[in-house]
Design a protein around this ligand. Structure first.
Ligand SMILES: [Zn+2]
Length: 310
């Protein structure tokens, strides 16, 4: 069976036609930047990338991994900060353009399902996936099935609270994990702090306005005090949060991924230290932590597998 998987990365949309049984992308993929962020504009962009990868209409359906909070299986996006949407019936807009067999999934659930079906957690029944990139999120596979929760909101790991009344998060609440650990927030914290203090990271970036999480990690590696403290703070919060997830869920595998995680060796070092300190000892028996293996293809593969009912 062939299905089209669609994945949103920030404000890019990517689509691929997938041979679902083999887990293979057929004939390459298509990617486009979303310039018109209205629901109709985004739906039109999705239509273009879907038709580009499946011009002969071979697809059994279209699975869409979307960065936003969904209302159950209604196809309604409750909240999508990337696009500034509230209460949008996005599935209806998509079905008009790419066919009735179209479903929307939380983007991290689609990525987790891709990894569980074809990648780093193939054949493993109980898995916790944690992604640290522009944002922070998770996916849960329990007893071999994707666990989506009572109303499609399971895995909102970036929005667990780690500091009572802490930093304001993009979700509108305070003290979320994401507000301290994601690439976007590390950048925002540093740009704020470095008005008042100095760091090698600014030099590495060639100016405060160009600074991002990668410069902070590099500066920390070279012993810069500000960057080291920031990375230790982020790593301590992430490591303890991951340990709590493993203590709660008792997965046999924890899969780590995301651009910030992959590129930030100092963040990883601190995270692992605090994870090991905090996790329940019995939960480590028969447990392993691995890196995601599908990289940027996990989302399109997972979304295609989900719509195909694999
Ligand atoms: Zn939040």
């Amino acid at each position: 069976m062939r299905a089209v998987g669609v994945d949103f990365g920030g404000t890019n949309v990517r689509a691929a036609l997938v041979d679902v049984a083999a887990g293979q992308i057929l004939g390459g993929d298509a990617k486009e930047t979303v310039s018109d962020k209205s629901p109709e504009g985004v739906a039109a962009t999705v239509e273009r990338v879907v038709k580009a990868v499946d011009p002969k209409n071979e697809r059994a359906g279209v699975g869409v991994g979307f960065a936003g909070m969904l209302r159950g299986w209604t196809g309604v996006v409750v909240n999508a900060p990337n696009f500034g949407w509230r209460e949008v019936d996005f599935r209806a807009a998509l079905r008009k353009r790419v066919g009735e067999r179209t479903e929307i999934y939380n983007d991290l659930n689609a990525i987790a399902f891709g990894e569980a079906t074809y990648g780093s957690a193939r054949g493993v029944r109980d898995v916790f996936f944690c992604f640290v990139g522009t944002g922070v999120g998770a996916g849960i596979v329990a007893d071999g099935k994707l666990y989506i929760g009572a109303s499609h909101l399971a895995g909102e790991f970036g929005h667990i609270k780690v500091i009572p009344n802490g930093r304001l998060c993009g979700c509108g609440m305070h003290g979320c994990l994401e507000a301290y650990v994601s690439g976007r927030n590390l950048q925002a914290i540093a740009r704020e702090d470095l008005q008042k203090t100095t760091s090698l990271a600014v030099e590495l970036a060639g100016g405060l306005e160009h600074l991002h999480a990668g410069h902070l990690d590099e500066a920390a590696k070279r012993g810069d005090r500000y960057a080291s403290e920031l990375m230790e703070q982020a790593g301590s919060l992430l490591g303890v949060a991951m340990a709590n997830a493993v203590t709660t869920l008792n997965p046999s595998r924890l899969v780590m991924g995301g651009g910030v995680w992959e590129k930030s060796s100092e963040l990883r070092r601190h995270t692992m230290h605090f994870f090991q300190e905090s996790v329940s000892r019995p939960a480590l028996e028969g447990f392993e932590m691995v890196e995601s293996t599908l990289g940027e293809s996990a989302g399109v593969l997972g979304a295609a597998a989900l719509i195909a009912g694999k």
